[in-house]
Design a protein around this ligand. Structure first.
Ligand SMILES: C[S@@+](CC[C@H](N)C(=O)[O-])C[C@H]1O[C@@H](n2cnc3c(N)ncnc32)[C@H](O)[C@@H]1O
Length: 300
């Protein structure tokens, strides 16, 4: 019995070590590149000539080299590293200028915005300059697309010293590992822009908005925090709205609040998917809800 327990503990320890080693590997390239910024700046012209994936004129990655399958299965097990808990997220790997080393975070500044299924990162880039003091992160399942966003951010940092230091991206399955990144009441904004529709009824469980997942989102959002959703698929728009409407911890923003929120305007204009829909003259359906306290909690 004792031997069995010790074997089990040993195995758990090994898994933890494996995860943290893998996490290091995953973010290493991002971190190493970031620390080499001055020399990269000097060699950027040279590099761009040699590296066709980066545009010579802008220093930014060229999208055609990062094409990926349109959809990934969010229920399948992909192999990427996952932090054990929100306190294991190494901010120095994501925001090196703001957190020069992994032990310099006193926990007072945390990620506040999360773009779930950020795709090619258009929203994050717009938000980064609109809210320069706020830390934000995109979560993206597809490997190549995540790489594109990483390089886009690095390119923008190089071209605009001091800017875009508050934005990052991580490859992960938000449906599974979201709670590993954020603690209770940490976030003030969450974005679900043009999520995959998963039309068939048997696949509705793959949708990133569901009654069950809203419980998790309510947990990580602070009271007053906002969930922004938009889609060009009417049925999905109705689904997301009804999930939010039926959840006891969310209420819709009023028309006046929507008009006064600069972020709402970005929902249909800032992302690559939104631009595509606009180009094709497509209709969009948005639902924007605020995290509230339960009446029972207010009275207690
Ligand atoms: C249709 S795209 C929209 C991308 C972006 N929001 C936009 O508006 O351009 C949906 C994105 O969500 C990502 N995605 C789907 N399920 C996910 C999950 N469980 N975790 C993280 N990303 C996911 C997909 O890989 C895809 O890039």
């Amino acid at each position: 019995m004792k031997l069995k327990r010790s074997l089990k503990q040993n195995k758990a320890k090994q898994t933890r070590l494996k995860h943290s080693a893998a996490l290091h590997e995953e973010t290493k390239d991002f971190c190493v590149l970031a620390s080499l910024i001055p020399s990269l700046q000097r060699g950027i012209m040279l590099q761009n000539k040699a590296n066709p994936t980066i545009s010579k004129s802008t220093g930014l990655p060229r999208k055609r080299f990062y094409r990926a399958r349109a959809h990934s299965n969010p229920l399948s097990d992909s192999h990427f590293p996952v932090p054990l808990s929100p306190s294991h997220v190494d901010y120095s790997l994501h925001y090196p200028q703001l957190f020069p080393s992994s032990d310099c975070s006193d926990g007072s500044k945390k990620i506040e915005f999360a773009d779930i299924g950020c795709g090619f990162g258009g929203l994050l880039i717009s938000l980064s300059t609109l809210f320069p003091e706020t830390l934000m992160i995109g979560m993206e399942l597809r490997d190549k697309v995540t790489k594109y966003v990483k390089e886009r951010i690095l390119g923008l940092r190089l071209a605009n010293p001091g800017q875009f230091q508050n934005v990052s991206v991580v490859r992960t399955n938000s449906m599974k590992y979201f709670p590993n990144y954020f603690e209770k009441g940490q976030l003030s904004k969450m974005f679900f822009l043009f999520p995959d529709p998963h039309f068939k009824e048997k696949n509705h469980r793959r949708r990133v908005i569901s009654p069950h997942l809203l419980d998790e989102y309510a947990y990580v959002l602070k009271v007053g925090g906002i969930i922004y959703t938009i889609t060009d698929v009417e049925e999905l728009g109705e689904w997301m709205k009804s999930c939010l409407q039926n959840h006891p911890m969310f209420e819709p923003l009023s028309e006046m609040e929507l008009d006064g929120d600069p972020v709402v305007k970005l929902l249909s204009t800032a992302t690559e998917e939104g631009k595509k829909v606009a180009r094709n003259g497509g209709q969009t359906f948005q639902a924007v809800y605020r995290r509230i306290t339960l009446a029972s909690q207010e009275n207690s």
